[in-house]
Design a protein. Sequence first.
Length: 267
Amino acid sequence: MTPPRISVVVPSYNQARWLGIALRSIVRQRYPELELIVIDGGSTDGSQDIIRDLEAHIAYWVSEPDGGQVHGLIKGFARATGDILCWINSDDLMLAGSMREAANYLLEHPEAGAVYGDTIWIDEDGRTLKGQREIDFDRNLWLHTHNYVPGMSMYWRRSVFEQVGGLDPRYDLAMDADLWLRISQVSRIGHVRQFWSGMRYYPEQKNRRLRAKSNAEDEMIRAGYWGRDRPPLHGARRAVAKGIRVFRRLATRSYDWQNGPLPAFLE
């Protein structure tokens, strides 16, 4: 049976230092039905040369000024033809076998509209900082805590993406959190306890630099879900939700990888 096509969109802007690593980590999946789409925002650091070096593996790429990451993603997904969609930022990377595992899960679980794996934190030079396993998706916990789903390890069905209206261009940082929440309202989100990605953690990282804006966007999402008024005793519920999440993570030994060696990277 022919495996489902997976469209991977890679948005990038002036990330030449890591772009090649990210793209090769996707290509080296050797997934037979891969559609790789690269949307560069008009980089000035030689990123285009890196993309050209891998052009034989890329279905479509463009380098032109855009409105930022979310607009680049929207542009990329408009080009995508896959049955399954995902994106990975150009400073992150995929781990071996993740695409096949995601595709197999969605084939075996037709009731699931999306699935995510876990992630490994890596530093600027690719050294492992820690392996982090997350808990299963729980919309109520998300609403009362924060977005704990590693976006670079998330795959979802095109049909569900279209059903919920795709990405919301209002969000520069929390577009993934908003998408997961909307998907969870129409379909189940699965979780596979395997490391599927490496997330780069460094001082200039976008979400670290713009933490206040990210938090503000999370609050916008909650307001859209709850309406104008927060539920009664929100503060108390938030504290309880944090406690539940910590307990579940401790129960599954998820703060650090403790059951064996960390998987090797592709570089």
